[in-house]
Design a binder for this molecule. Structure first.
Ligand code: CUO
Length: 708
């Protein structure tokens, strides 16, 4: 649903989000709300009344200020809903004051999330290129252990110290991450605990929140993108696992089995010490009943059964509303049909209350799974322990269990994908376009090799630390940096040679993917397996003149990633965009939302990791979306984040052509890339589809650390 931003009707669309509170009600906090200045200042001609602000703030204040904000906690999400609406519709000149008012009552992190959601969506911010600094710069303790700052300052305060209190501080972060090689899962800790990836995940869920009843948020293909973006995280995680000789991630679908993987976060919540709880090895899910959260493990099973029933029958029970009831009073069934169903199913599994087929019936599988896992160590609060990272947006990806849970969620989606009509030749063919060759050039003398290594960088977290540090002003360090090590690759280019046999120039969409060639048992992967390992590397448009074309594409242009400086943008850098000192055209996308460029390529192996590169060119005339665009080389991540307040810029299903399996389960990628010219049957006589190309390449890893 799309309301008119700023209109009263759009706001009033969701009366259910406003709890009934009478201002004359003698309740515990109403007197604190009764400040006379408030009355005149916050009334907006656009329909946000003082009462609405108060109701929203009061609703949000139900989440205690002393608990960590959890994005996967439905009570917390519900608490956000009214506040986000008020912040969206209140007059912009009153916004600061309303935020200041809310600050007095609302959980700080919850408010921070709501404000960020608004900053990503309110037209005044979008149109004026307002950028938010990277979350780590304002809230470093959610990403790194900053407790060392205090001990450093304490040591400096002694008379024998030669260091001045104001000298800059460098925190060396988790050089060896949070565990040891005694735990096999530790081999991929560099990926799970990568700060940039966790920032990306936080950002994505700010751009596509799921508290429902938010008419102003761009919902175009949100459910599909939820599924796609998370399945890409899984494909990338499996690339790392295979690079390290680990088996592929095992989905967690037997909810009563113990969880072998443990996780000990060693991180605090910002602003006060609220440590996130660890999970011991072999923990088991238990029914949760604490602090207003009541879920049984059996809920997960029941929702799953219903979802499977829906997928297998191909029909969903639509919500029982008057308009959906048929004459005899039974519920309406909706046929699962593309292109709508993949999106609706995504919004049903990651339940977006108003977009789900039926929130009451199909439940809240993905979100509640996060929460039950997050509380399995203290499900009834008898030990008064905080949740684990699985409930926390900023840190869920650190936990090995994240991937097992999402592999399960993705498997439910695969059950649906398996029922989709396989792509026909017409779906795949771009007539008269022939890819002659594609090469990877890393400028190292050898073709088709990508080099990976470690890099040490630092991020300025002064803003975040100083807001924590209550010490006296003249004793504050002038700067605080976090240094950290991350995976990196040497920049490379794709060199493409393409023929256009037609008489006119045409525009193609070049789609580039990679996958490990062999699986975790070292067998060459058949198509229906390989497609789930395919990692999108880039997608761009290219004009193809009649005859031969040669062009290169830089890895740094990737439509999947954003540059390092954007992932770790400081406040002063962010301000440069608003002031126009930095190119505002870069901000077409959700600037700051994007896969971190340093993780474009997985680690690989010292002796070289055999990989498959797949390139396909499709017809832009067929794929383009009005009023949206696939940029030729930008600093935005359209592939995983979409375009801000516009439609997703590619008409094809996300992940095309690997989003659907093929009927022949013994066929490999070669077979997928062939056709019969006569019958259009796939694979019949090994005639290649000329607008597709594959080649082998190698990812070679060097275990050395280089400065950034
Ligand atoms: Cu992003 Cu489960 O959705 O984490």
């Amino acid at each position: 649903s799309s309301g008119t931003p700023g209109s009263e009707s759009a706001f009033n669309k969701s009366p259910s989000t406003i709890i009934t509170v009478s201002l004359s009600d003698p309740n515990q906090i109403s007197d604190r709300f009764n400040q006379n200045t408030f009355v005149s200042e916050y009334v907006s001609p656009k329909g946000v009344l003082k009462e609405q602000v108060m109701k929203a703030v009061k609703e949000a204040a139900h989440v205690s200020r002393t608990v960590p904000f959890e994005i996967f906690n439905r009570n917390h999400l519900n608490a956000c809903r009214g506040l986000v609406q008020v912040l969206y519709f209140v007059r912009v000149e009153n916004l600061k004051a309303v935020i200041g008012f809310a600050k007095k009552f609302v959980n700080e992190e919850l408010l921070n999330y709501c404000v960020n959601v608004i900053a990503r969506h309110r037209p005044e911010f979008v149109d004026n290129y307002v950028q938010l600094p990277s979350h780590i710069t304002t809230n470093p303790s959610i990403y790194v252990d900053v407790s060392k700052v205090d001990s450093i300052l304490y040591a400096r305060d002694s008379i024998i110290s030669k260091t001045k209190m104001t000298d800059p501080i460098e925190i060396d972060s988790f050089h060896d991450f949070t565990a040891t090689d005694g735990d096999p899962e530790h081999f991929v800790a560099y990926f799970r605990e990568d700060i940039g990836m966790n920032l990306h995940h936080r950002h994505w869920h700010e751009v596509y929140p799921n508290f429902g009843e938010t008419p102003f948020i761009n919902m175009d293909r949100r459910g599909e993108l939820f599924v796609y973006m998370h399945s890409q995280i899984l494909a990338r995680y499996n690339f790392e696992r295979l690079s390290n000789g680990l088996r592929a991630v095992q989905k967690f679908d037997k909810f009563h089995e113990s969880i072998q993987e443990a996780y000990y976060p060693k991180l605090d919540e910002a602003s006060e010490v609220k440590v996130w709880s660890p999970r011991q090895p072999f923990a088991k899910l238990q029914d949760v009943n604490r602090e207003g959260l009541v879920y049984d493990v059996h809920d997960l099973e029941r929702w799953l059964e219903r979802l499977i029933d829906m997928i297998d029958r191909g029909y969903a029970f639509k919500k029982l509303e008057a308009s959906y009831r048929s004459a005899d009073g039974t519920e309406k069934q909706v046929k699962l049909e593309e292109p709508a169903a993949i999106n609706d199913l995504g919004n049903t599994i990651d339940a977006f209350p108003d977009q789900s087929y039926n929130y009451d019936y199909y439940g809240d599988l993905h979100t509640v799974g996060h929460i039950i896992i997050a509380y399995c160590h203290d499900p009834d609060n008898r030990f008064r322990e905080r949740g684990g990272v699985m409930g926390k947006l900023e840190a869920a990806l650190r936990d090995p269990m994240f991937y097992r849970w999402h592999a399960f969620i993705d498997d439910v989606m695969q059950r649906y994908r398996n029922k989709l009509t396989p792509y026909t030749l017409d779906d795949r063919l771009f007539p008269k376009i022939i890819i002659d060759s594609v090469e990877i050039d890393s400028n190292i003398g050898e073709k088709n090799v990508i080099r990976t290594f470690w890099q040490k960088d630092r991020v300025d977290v002064t803003d975040g630390i100083l807001s924590l540090n209550k010490a006296n002003l003249d004793k504050r360090p002038s700067k605080v940096y976090v240094t950290f090590q991350h995976l990196q690759h040497k920049n490379f280019t794709y060199k493409l040679k393409v023929q256009n046999k037609g008489p006119k120039p045409v525009t193609g969409v070049v789609r580039i993917f990679m996958a490990p060639t062999r699986d975790d048992t070292r067998n060459k992967m058949l198509f229906n397996k390989l497609r789930r390992y395919m990692i999108e590397l880039d997608k761009f448009t290219q004009v193809l003149q009649p005859g031969k074309n040669e062009f290169i594409r830089k890895s740094t242009c990737s439509s999947v990633t954003i540059p390092f400086d954007q992932t770790f943008m400081t406040k002063s850098e962010a301000a440069k965009y608003t002031k126009g000192e930095k190119s505002q055209t870069d901000l077409l996308s959700y600037c700051g939302c994007g896969w971190p460029h340093h993780l474009l390529i997985g680690r690989g192996r010292p002796a070289g990791f055999p990989c498959t590169l797949f390139v396909m060119i499709t017809d832009y005339e067929k794929d383009k979306v009005p009023d949206s665009s696939i940029e030729s080389c930008g600093t935005s991540s359209i592939s995983y984040c979409g375009v801000r307040n516009k439609k997703y810029p590619d008409k094809r299903p996300m992940g095309f052509p690997f989003d659907r399996p093929i009927p022949d389960s013994d066929a490999d990628l070669d077979t997928f890339m062939t056709m019969s010219m006569e019958t259009h049957d796939v694979g019949a006589d090994k005639e290649p589809i000329p607008n597709m190309y594959q080649t082998q390449f190698s990812v070679t890893y060097i275990n050395e650390v280089y400065p950034g």
